[in-house]
Design a protein around this ligand. Structure first.
Ligand SMILES: CC(C)(COP(=O)(O)OP(=O)(O)OC[C@H]1O[C@@H](n2cnc3c(N)ncnc32)[C@H](O)[C@@H]1OP(=O)(O)O)[C@@H](O)C(=O)NCCC(=O)NCCS
Length: 160
């Protein structure tokens, strides 16, 4: 497995990760990919991928994407559920269904935190559904819970 930094050309992998992250619950059917991606709530997480502040890591096996972690900065006027402030990027992560539980997500999130530190970022945030087992992974990596509401749990990690 090879990990590499995402570039502007990786928008398809970013969108795949976003859809897979939204589609975490096997008991729920998400609308089709293109429909979800066009929705304003989702579009803000991939539109113009590669803009300043965007950071991502891609795990690949022989050129095939096995997982992606990325983060992006938002503003007080345009943000989603994991938003804390304009200096704290919000994280999304997904691993290919057949590769989960092998440590890929841990490696991706650790590498993303390293990239963020490199770029002078102090904190990362995210939003996770209260019932998503990914919560345990985030806690193990040092994310702590900030708030819980109907939209899920907001979590934050201090990188310094
Ligand atoms: C969450 C996710 C990225 C973790 O990647 P991973 O490679 O499976 O993670 P690791 O192997 O490094 O760590 C395993 C941990 O991930 C979490 N996890 C979440 N869903 C899992 C799954 N289907 N299989 C295995 N682990 C899962 C658990 O916390 C698990 O910890 P545990 O062993 O204590 O139960 C991956 O399971 C995934 O893509 N899930 C669907 C999308 C999603 O929920 N994204 C996050 C939205 S906020």
């Amino acid at each position: 497995m090879n990990l590499r930094e995402a570039g502007t050309e990786d928008v398809a992998a970013i969108k795949w990760a976003l859809y897979a992250a939204l589609d975490w619950d096997p008991a729920r059917d998400l609308p089709p990919f293109e429909f979800v991606m066009a929705h304003p709530e989702a579009a803000r997480y991939h539109r113009d991928w590669g803009r300043p502040g965007d950071l991502g890591v891609i795990a690949e096996d022989d050129g095939t994407v096995a997982g992606v972690a990325y983060c992006r900065l938002f503003t007080d006027h345009d943000h989603g559920h994991g938003y804390v402030d304009g200096a704290t990027p919000e994280v999304a992560v997904a691993v290919e269904a057949g590769r989960r539980g092998e440590g890929v997500g841990t490696r991706l999130l650790t590498a993303l935190a390293d990239l963020a530190r490199r770029d002078g970022i102090d904190r990362l945030s995210l939003s996770v559904d209260a019932a998503n087992p990914a919560r345990r992974l985030y806690e193990r990596l040092g994310y702590r819970q900030l708030a819980e509401d109907g939209d899920g749990v907001r979590m934050l990690i201090e990188l310094r």
